[in-house]
Design a protein around this ligand. Structure first.
Ligand code: NDP
Length: 332
């Protein structure tokens, strides 16, 4: 599988270049807004070609797929160009700035018969797969509620547009709530219906929120409580599910690394839930390559990306207005 990288980003450098190669992919080219940066990034990562022009990169005709990891406001136009050129697309979250734009991308790929995936890494984690299996096996009975702890300290290397540029999709709601929405949907198999939320700029955010707390309802009656932040240096992340027959309490699992601890608590007592420690992004890439071969589906497809964005959009509206907001999935 021959890949082009759209965006000379940190996520590509730190995770995705290695993951694409580990999954057997060959990276042919990288696109940057700056020709110099394209060339230096290409040289640094052993990529044959650097481009500053997307059409030229797509016209080079040696790509099967593209990975889009530019800032969020660029995803729509770049995905549409890649789809028009017949490339499969793995796009970073949030897919776009609006749910309508995300639906446009996903429908275009569908109409062209191309695989479109969203890079929601958490559903690839051994920890979350083990939690999901335990829930599906009925080990905590009927689920009553979920708690998501996703307050972290944004690493200084990522300070920039996330903290000061709403036009590029900055703010903790587009950045992290989408992951929490995807994780809740992955575990519970249903889509959040209504949300209430409060946001704050608590130290890092300039013109965008750096912290958010929200409560969601699910159609089954499950309630979800979430906390996302860029300003919490010492709060461990976590995910909890509480049911009529038990609780699952997981710590340090809302992360890019295959780490964490999971405790299953039932009438019988407490037990550690074991899980696999494979690389999250390599698993996503393996599933994406398989989907292109016609074998199965990506870990998170385009519809998953639209739905996680829809939840984040509802949280943003609820936090802005102080009102309870129904999630609008745009008919998808
Ligand atoms: P970066 O800030 O690293 O990259 C975004 C853009 O900024 C790049 O495309 C690049 O522009 C420019 N840029 C980056 N570094 C430099 C630099 N040193 N000098 C000049 N320009 C630079 O963003 P992230 O990698 O953090 O995020 C990119 C996308 O990936 C976002 O959509 C984000 O939400 C998503 N993401 C997803 C994660 C996941 O685990 N699924 C984790 C992290 C991010 P150009 O290409 O024009 O050179």
């Amino acid at each position: 599988m021959r890949w082009g990288l759209i965006g000379a980003s940190n996520i590509a450098a730190n995770h995705m270049i290695g993951a694409i190669r580990a999954a057997g992919g060959e990276i042919r080219s990288v696109l940057s807004a700056s020709a110099d940066r394209a060339a230096s990034y290409a040289a640094q990562h052993g990529i044959p070609h650097g481009y500053a022009d997307l059409d030229a990169m797509l016209a080079s005709d040696d790509l099967d797929a593209v990975y889009i990891s530019t800032t969020n406001e660029k995803h729509l136009a770049q995905a549409m160009a890649a789809i028009a050129a017949g490339k499969h697309v793995l796009c970073e979250k949030p897919l776009a700035m609006t749910v309508a734009d995300a639906i446009t991308m996903v429908r275009a790929a569908e109409a062209a018969g191309l695989v479109f995936a969203t890079n929601h890494h958490l559903r690839n984690a051994g920890s979350h797969i083990a939690i999901r299996e335990a829930v599906q096996a009925g080990r905590i009975g009927k689920v009553l509620s979920a708690r998501v702890f996703h307050a972290v300290y944004l690493p200084p290397v990522l300070h920039g547009w996330r903290l000061d540029n709403p036009a590029a999709g900055g703010g903790v709601i587009p950045d992290i709530v989408v992951h929490d929405a995807d994780t809740v949907r992955f575990h519970l198999g249903e889509d959040p219906a209504e949300v209430v939320a409060i946001k704050a700029a608590s130290g890092l955010g300039q013109g965008v929120e750096d912290s958010c707390m929200s409560v969601w309802t699910l159609p089954s009656g499950v309630m979800v409580q979430t906390h996302e932040s860029f300003t919490h240096a010492y709060a461990t992340t976590g995910f909890e599910l509480h049911g009529t027959e038990g609780s699952i309490v997981a710590r340090n699992v809302m992360t890019q690394q295959p780490v964490g601890q999971i405790t299953l608590r039932t009438e019988a007592g407490e037990a550690a839930l074991p899980f696999a420690d494979h690389n999250l992004y390599v698993r996503a890439l393996n599933l994406f390559h398989a989907a292109i071969r016609g074998e199965g589906r990506p870990a998170a497809d385009g519809v998953d990306g639209v739905k996680s964005l829809a939840v984040a959009a509802a949280v943003a509206e609820a936090a802005e207005t102080g009102r309870r907001v129904a999630v609008n999935y745009g008919g998808i």
